[in-house]
Design a protein around this ligand. Sequence first.
Ligand SMILES: C=C(O[C@@H]1C=C(C(=O)O)C=C[C@H]1O)C(=O)O
Length: 134
Amino acid sequence: MSDIPPDLARLRSSIDNIDAALVHLLAERFKATQQVGELKAAVGLPPADPAREERQIARLRGLAHEAGLDPQFAEKFITFVIAEVIRHHEALASVEPGAAPTAGEPAATPAPSAPPVTCTTGPVDVPGGTPPRG
Ligand SMILES: C=C(O[C@@H]1C=C(C(=O)O)C=C[C@H]1O)C(=O)O
């Protein structure tokens, strides 16, 4: 496969740059949503906000349309990303003292000095949990 037409190589190089930018943009987005999740868990707000999601989807569908991107694809993409964010927020809520109340229950008062919970795509590090081995 050494005979790659120059145009194909140029286009692939551009695609590689765009993919790298997407990864960086997503990483920045998850850093911001992580902080939102910590904040919401601390004050007892629920992990998901369907009204906000509805506004985001409508806005992104409009932007996609203007940009020549399939709005249905844009909606699927943002819905996929938001589902992952909510998963992280649920994990945070389950370990925060101000975790979202269950129906009919008042929110617990958050401890003012509660440390932020580190959440990556891997397992959640529970404060005071089992220390790592090694
Ligand atoms: C980030 C938030 O939490 C959730 C995730 C959202 C997102 O990833 O954009 C939007 C709404 C919420 O369901 C938020 O409430 O702003």
